[in-house]
Design a protein around this ligand. Sequence first.
Ligand SMILES: C=Cc1c2[nH]c(c1C)Cc1[nH]c(c(CCC(=O)O)c1C)Cc1[nH]c(c(C)c1CCC(=O)O)Cc1[nH]c(c(C)c1C=C)C2
Length: 617
Amino acid sequence: MLCNGPRLPRPRAPASPAYACPCVAQCRWARPRWQSTDSKPTHDVAILGGGITGLASAYYLTKELPKARITIYEASERIGGWLSSKRVPVKDGTVLFEAGPRTLRPSSNGVLSARLMQELDLAKDAIFPQKTSPAARNRYVYYPDHLVRMPHPSFGFAENAWSLMTEPIFRGTPWAAVQEIFKDARDKGVQDESVGDFFSRRLTFNTVDRILSGVLHGIYAGDAWKLSAKSLFPGLWRDEAKAGSVFAGMLKSRAEGPEITKREADYLQDMKEYEWDDLLRATLRESTVFTFRDGLQMLSDRLVRNLVEKGNVEFRTSTPVRSIAAAQDYGSISVNADDPAQSGSYTHVISALSPGHLNNVARQPEERGTAILIPTIPAVTVMTVNLYYRTPDLNPPGFGYLIPQATPFENNPERALGVIFDTAYSPSTKDIDLNNWQIDNISQLQQAREQGQLINVNDFAWYNMPERPNVQDDVPERGTKLTVMLGGHWWNEWPSFPDEKEGLAMAKSVLQRHLNITEEPEAWAVNLQRDCIPQYNVGHEERLKTAHSNVRREYKGRLRVAGSWMSGVGVNDCLRSAWDVVQGLRKGVDGTGLEHIGTTEYVRLKAVKPGQREGDE
Ligand SMILES: C=Cc1c2[nH]c(c1C)Cc1[nH]c(c(CCC(=O)O)c1C)Cc1[nH]c(c(C)c1CCC(=O)O)Cc1[nH]c(c(C)c1C=C)C2
């Protein structure tokens, strides 16, 4: 049945059945659209890397430069990179495990993922936990030997105040927050410092060690005493320098409106002009995060399908790039793979590789010196262990818990970073059984929805009504699904990483100690994600500036870089860097994807009055 066309995309067996038939893909492949027309492509672009950044770059290119011809090079046989969702069998059905990221935020850079959801027709497959859900309100930190629920406005003054006064985790922090405005600003000569040093100066050492380091574990899996304050908290870093203190800066922003970079203002303007489906916009306003029925991999799968259908995108999987070289006149870049038939010359290259990989392929000719293209940006390895237990509610209701650096060794010898309560992100089959609901008239609900009213299933928006609301786990009675995150910076010095068996044993031991779980899991999966989260250590911005000038000098606008190593490590940040790179290419400026680094052009937004919403006049 398969024709002998050129190499076709071979996406992993999707969790969802809604996938383009590979044969269709292959047959389309044999006649890419650009070959069937007379018009020459305006841009012939090679994208290095088939993870979410590479796929999004290809997608935005097809929208912004529809005549472009695009070739995606991917070393492994699988497209999608770190987005990896797997359905595993349990006794009475299947449950969904995520090896990598599991939810997306719709705000800020997340507007791009929300737009993709609309454009790729994914909204009806989405799951929207509401702001009122326990997952959105209950966040825990494990210190020193128990879970502490973080204060939230909905818990009321008395409960929050009691927790702040009695829990050792908060000792000294509330008082330090009151005094922050009176503390001296940093010396003008300080170019950057660690997040740990910055917040120890502004608040206390304990605030970092017991609270903030946990939050940084949940985002960067990194060390608070190495990560850069200037790169991670640019607004606060600037507030201290300009207003004398972080608190004074906040007051000024409230009174006069926040100051943001010109680049950010332009991006916000672009996002504002987007034509939203009204109901989707309303749903997103009430949601903190969203995910999909078959996991986040649905996003990369759907991007692949869309690109295949467009016909001017070729996927070269299992094709590691060995080198790239700019032509002598800088009019093109050659991309060389082992097989000469897979090599080619392109007008532009977008690298969605890690800096280390890009350095390997972009080794410069000796006469141009031996310096590497991108200064070293380290990355940490995270092991994720997914576990499914038959018994429900083995965890307290909430998002999960983070483990800060201050938690004593004897309470965390495995060096876990945190535990996610995955069952909180999706309704259970029981929740969506209409027999359990008090619905007098479904058509009335339908009408209400058509008029723009949101209908919720417990704490989840029922966007796809009247279809059955989406669930991730296909089991009649929900059990407990957890993910233990291990390693990160803690494992940097370890001589080797644990294997699958050791990883599982470590995760079980964490759960027994912290949550008292002694039951054997019915299903589990262990994933070692090597070098998956880049570390923005002190001096990061300077390294990026050097990278910008190196790339610009060596490739004169023909090579552009994107990915999680520059301005944010999440999926949404990857989408943003892909978006920026494609906008740069469209405008034809001599850029690199890093031109925004260290920008000094700021604009002040209008102050929003209390009760007024963003976008309201
Ligand atoms: C899978 C490992 C990841 C860890 N950090 C990231 C990934 C993909 C990147 C990341 N995580 C979060 C953010 C903030 C902004 C956002 O996009 O949501 C980023 C850039 C927050 C976050 N951390 C965890 C979850 C479930 C979320 C998102 C949802 C939410 O805030 O409600 C948990 C978590 N992630 C990591 C660890 C070690 C961890 C521990 C519980 C590493």
